[in-house]
Design a protein around this ligand. Structure first.
Ligand code: NAD
Length: 335
């Protein structure tokens, strides 16, 4: 019997699989930037929302497991990203962070596709800070400061450097032996790289990206000069912190989602200390939509609290699925 609907083939209900290994060839930075910018706009219009996040210590393999889900009514993207952190994976030749995106048909609830989520996580996180740089940093920004040199940092740097005409990258990392990743990435982009103290980094950088797993402030308010744009991308969990609460209190604040920013993002500490409230934080989607001002002067410090929302994952996974289908690369599974 023929069955109508997404993923239906004559007589068979199918779902699609987009394997992790082909995703880098499907999604480029421009595609991720467009998908993330567009869904941030949809969130601010009320067309798309994220559902409560689940994150649990499963009591096995030291793993933290969870899922983030949401629905974009405008783009009809319904689904979740499931996964977490398995610290023993590296010893097995696997990435410690593991994620998979499931997309559902918004009309019927049927599972439409399973999409590898590891590469997508990196590229959508980099797209979020790139969107913030495009909308909030000074157009004449010339020096990019990188704090953090882990897996995400290379994706962050490449995406940031497409938004402004940076002439140099300066970098700091708690573990200096990891700085070669920043130097190599800058060289790949064609920019000089300099290792810097936090004082030197703050004194030179026009844009600073923090992308670490720190649980204590690294960058101090006094180290950041007027006019800087700071994208705090590492703090995505209760207790994590990358910058002093005083810096958050001093900056004009933007985020992907206010509820996450005040509870598990970089703003959580300034909120807990009573220095700021949720009303001080603007969703970047409102700036994208032109319903809230972005940077108002060359002197103000803007800070984007990129907490990471499900809708970012659904947006890039949907784009990957569409491209895989268009190129005949999606695997069909009888389901
Ligand atoms: P990674 O493990 O590859 O690198 C970790 C980085 O943090 C390294 O630079 C390391 O030197 C530094 N670091 C570790 N412990 C530190 C400490 N105590 N103080 C200061 N620096 C420390 O991790 P990654 O994949 O590059 O991810 C970096 C962070 O970004 C993680 O916290 C991760 O959860 C977060 N993240 C956020 C989003 C988002 O959407 N906001 C998405 C993905 C990852």
């Amino acid at each position: 019997m023929p069955v109508a609907g997404v993923g239906a083939r004559q007589g068979v209900l199918i779902m699609l699989v987009v394997p992790e290994r082909i995703i880098p060839e499907l999604i480029d930075r421009a595609c991720a930037f467009g998908a993330v910018e567009s869904v941030f706009g949809a969130m601010a219009r009320g067309d798309a929302r994220n559902f409560p996040v689940i994150r649990e210590d499963i009591g096995h393999a030291d793993a933290l497991y969870g899922f983030k889900s949401g629905f974009d009514r405008a783009g009809l993207a319904l689904g979740l990203k499931s996964g977490g952190y398995w610290p023993g994976n590296e010893a097995r030749g696997l990435t410690n962070h593991q994620s998979t995106v499931c997309l559902f048909d918004a009309d019927t609830g049927r599972l439409k596709a399973v999409v590898g989520g590891n590469y997508l996580t990196a590229i959508r996180t980099a797209a979020a800070s790139a969107v913030s740089i495009a909308h909030l940093s000074r157009p004449d920004s010339r020096v990019l400061g990188m704090i953090g040199a882990g897996h995400q940092s290379a994706f962050q740097m490449r995406a940031a450097c497409e938004q402004r005409d940076f002439e140099k990258v300066v970098g700091w990392n708690l573990h200096p032996e990891m700085l070669s990743r920043l130097a190599d990435t800058a060289a790949g982009i064609g920019l000089p790289f300099e290792e810097a103290s936090l004082d030197e980094l703050g004194a030179q950088a026009d844009v600073i990206i923090t992308i670490t797993s720190s649980f204590a402030p690294i960058l101090k308010a006094a180290q950041v000069r007027p006019g800087t744009h700071v994208a705090c991308m590492g703090t995505d969990t209760v207790g994590k912190q990358e910058v002093e609460a005083e810096l958050v209190a001093r900056a004009r604040l933007f985020t992907d989602e206010v509820a996450q920013s005040v509870s598990l993002g970089e703003c959580q500490h300034a909120v807990a200390a009573g220095m700021i409230g949720a009303g001080d934080i603007t969703e970047i989607g409102a700036v994208i939509n032109g319903t809230a001002p972005g940077r108002r002067s060359d002197d103000e410090i803007t800070l984007f609290d990129g907490t990471g929302v499900a809708l970012q994952d659904l947006a890039v996974a949907t784009a990957a699925l569409e491209r895989a289908q268009a190129r005949g690369k999606a695997l069909e599974v009888d389901f």
